[in-house]
Ligand binder design. Structure first.
Ligand code: UDP
Length: 365
């Protein structure tokens, strides 16, 4: 088969690699002037580290199969994501764990912590939104410090107007374990993510700076199959309406100190600080050698057509709209496959993207 892959992010690149290995001829078209999608990294010599240009990406998975797969394309370091929260000039351990509960309530053991949480929380058998869910699990004090302000900044809506599911990504632990993820395997690729993408795309013809949708008829002709990883509503010219996303604005700063904040990620949870987090990239690479450091302040923004899509806003109206596009997409299934965060309108992590791309390729092969 001759396969056209639209988008050189992780999904498209895994497909390109698998299908090329399987004997098919792939061509990859990418709108930006670089490959890698939002996992793109670049080396910054002054700070001697790889910059996560479109936000922090920490690889984690519990699947041995996916872990073995990605390590064919890079070695990984032993980075473990241990986020700190800054709130009104205090630093807290996060995600909420026994040390956080010690910092806030003075409890010292899992039993004391459990009893204190039980006393704090507002029982609710059927929480109708994120706020009610949080109050029922952690109570008002923790909710106000850690969740309310951050979530309102992140999603542009109060947690009362959001479903609870996004917050369920975060662990809540009554031990001192402050690992952000529960997964068995975790790390950052030595040499950055772009090198992984380049290895995946090795042997595939790639063109960057191509706006597929602007000339899709001409570009699709001559191919047996298209794997499209752009936004599904854009593919159908937004005919049923526009799916909602959150976008991000990044302010990067090279600071002439060796270590700015002592950690890769510090979340700023109060509503009055306009950014949600500060990344310090050299900590991802576990390298503090350089005299300078690169930091990025991350500001969530409203998304409008033409902006980079980061987070799908999966609330009931958007879900319903997505289902209409999905029905249209299913009619094209012999010719076009829709995949990835934008093609499937899913809040996917990297390991899930790899899993989804490998299943598609298995089906096709
Ligand atoms: N969240 C929060 N406070 C924090 C970090 C996260 O309330 O300090 C909430 C917020 O609603 C966010 C969700 O938890 O959207 C998931 O956070 P995660 O860190 O998994 O988001 P990502 O890293 O994908 O942006």
């Amino acid at each position: 088969m001759r396969v056209l892959i639209v988008g050189a992010g992780l999904y498209g690149s895994v497909c390109a690699h698998e299908l090329t290995q399987g004997g098919h001829t792939c061509k990859v078209l990418e709108k930006r002037n670089h490959v890698g999608g939002n996992i793109f990294t670049r080396y910054v010599a002054e700070a001697d580290c790889h910059e996560h240009v479109y936000g922090a990406h920490i690889f984690h998975t519990s699947s041995e199969r996916i872990w073995n797969y990605i390590r064919r394309f890079a070695q990984f370091n032993h980075y473990v994501n241990r986020v700190k929260v800054s709130h009104q000039d205090r630093i807290y351990s996060f995600p909420i764990n026994l040390f956080t509960l010690y910092q806030i309530f003075g409890v010292r053991t899992p039993e004391e912590a459990r009893a204190r949480l039980l006393a704090e929380c507002v029982p609710n058998a059927a929480p109708a939104n994120m706020e009610e869910y949080c109050l029922s699990v952690i109570g008002p004090r923790l909710y106000r410090i850690f969740i309310e302000g951050y979530t309102e900044k992140q999603w542009g809506r109060h947690p009362r107007e959001l479903p609870a599911d996004v917050i369920k990504r975060l662990p809540l632990r009554l031990t001192f374990d402050d690992n952000y993820f529960n997964d068995r395997y975790q790390g950052i690729p030595i040499g950055g993510y772009t090198a992984i993408i380049e290895r995946l795309l090795d042997g595939t013809s790639v063109e960057t700076g191509i706006d597929f949708l602007a000339e899709r008829e001409a570009l699709m002709s001559g191919y047996d199959l298209v794997i499209y990883t752009g936004a599904i509503d854009a593919f159908f010219d937004y005919r049923f309406g526009v799916l909602e996303y959150r976008s991000l604005r990044f302010e990067r700063e090279l600071v002439p100190v060796r270590d700015f904040q002592g950690n890769a990620v510090v979340n700023y949870t109060e509503a009055t600080v306009p950014w949600t987090r500060i990344l310090e990239h050299k900590h991802f690479d576990l390298s503090l050698k350089a005299e300078s450091t690169l930091i990025t302040r991350e500001y969530p923004t409203a998304w409008k057509k033409g902006d980079i899509e980061y987070y799908p806003v999966r609330n009931p109206p958007n879900e319903a709209l997505y289902r209409r596009y999905r029905e249209e997409a299913d009619k094209l299934t012999d010719r076009v496959h829709f995949g990835g965060r934008l093609g499937e309108y899913q809040y996917y992590d990297m390991h899930q993207i790899i899993g989804a791309a490998l299943s598609l390729c298995k089906k096709l092969l």
